[in-house]
Design a protein around this ligand. Structure first.
Ligand code: ZN
Length: 149
């Protein structure tokens, strides 16, 4: 019996094929990923103290409240740090993978990917803007593009 990869990959391979895996959705991150499917970026805002937090989690780290709302974010931010990943390679990604930590203008930090820039041109502190990439299961994940002056 063929696995799902063996039976379907032959026809879909090649340039431009969507291979990026679906995000791992948890009870806490469900709101974040549902928004990403609609090309929206959200973070949790504590209903008690009003602070934003990310990544999604059940309890506010500042006041321990369990109540929150989903706040829509601008998607604009600054590159805080990055890593260029070469190994170990997962066949579902194109290498090198640019892993990025982005400080969003609203004050939360997001782990994501950077695209649309050659590694030698990456600069800490560069302005970035969210975009979305499709996954093989028909979802979307937020990634970041440099903002050209
Ligand atoms: Zn709070």
């Amino acid at each position: 019996m063929l696995s799902a990869e063996e039976s379907g990959a032959g026809d879909e391979g090649g340039e431009g094929a969507v291979t990026r895996p679906d995000p791992l959705v948890t009870e806490d991150s469900e709101v974040f990923w549902a928004a990403a499917d609609e090309s929206r970026l959200v973070a949790q805002r504590c209903s008690s103290c009003g602070r934003l937090r990310h990544p999604p989690r059940p309890m506010c780290p500042h006041c321990h409240s369990l109540d929150f709302t989903a706040q829509e974010l601008s998607g604009r931010g600054t590159l805080y740090s990055y890593a260029i990943l070469h190994h170990p390679q997962n066949p579902l990604f194109e290498y090198p993978v640019l892993a990025a930590l982005v400080d969003l203008d609203e004050g939360v930090r997001l782990m994501s990917n950077l695209r649309g820039v050659d590694p030698p041109d990456i600069r800490i502190g560069m302005k970035v803007q969210v975009g979305y990439e499709a996954t093989s299961g028909g979802h979307q994940v937020p990634v970041f593009d440099p903002v050209r002056p």
